[in-house]
Design a protein around this ligand. Sequence first.
Ligand SMILES: [Zn+2]
Ligand SMILES: [Zn+2]
Length: 133
Amino acid sequence: MSILMVANCPGCGKVFQKNLRNLCYDCVNILQAEYDTCDRYLRANRKSTTEQLSMATGVSAKQIIIWIKDRRLPVTDYPNLTYPCNSCSEPIRQQEMCYSCRSRLTKDIREMQEKEAKLVHNSFAYKNRVNRY
Ligand SMILES: [Zn+2]
Ligand SMILES: [Zn+2]
C-alpha cells in the first residue's frame, strides 16, 4: 500500500499531492510564467534592480530574491540585482549577509568558542584538583 503524500500548497492553499517542487501544478505553472516574465524583462533591461524588476513584472521581490539565491537569476549577468543583508539590510548579491556582518559574526563566534574553551579548561582543572583527594 502506498501512502499518498498530500499537503496544502504553500502557494495557493489547495490540497495537492506532494512533489519535488513542493507546490501544486497550478502554482508551478504560474511560477514558471513569472520566471519567464522576469527573465524576458532582464534580458531587455540588464541593469534593472530587484525593485524595478518586481515593479515591472508584478512578481514579488521575495520570489525574485529566491531566484537570485538559487542562481536562477545570475547576478553575474544582472549587476543590479541585490537583496538585503539578513542583519543590516545593506544590499548584497551573495550569501545571507554582507561582508562586514559576516566578519563580525565570525569574530563573535570565535570569541564565544574561546570563552567556551576557557570554561571547559577551568572545569577540567577543577576536576583534576578534586580527583587528587
Ligand atoms: Zn498551489
Ligand atoms: Zn550586513
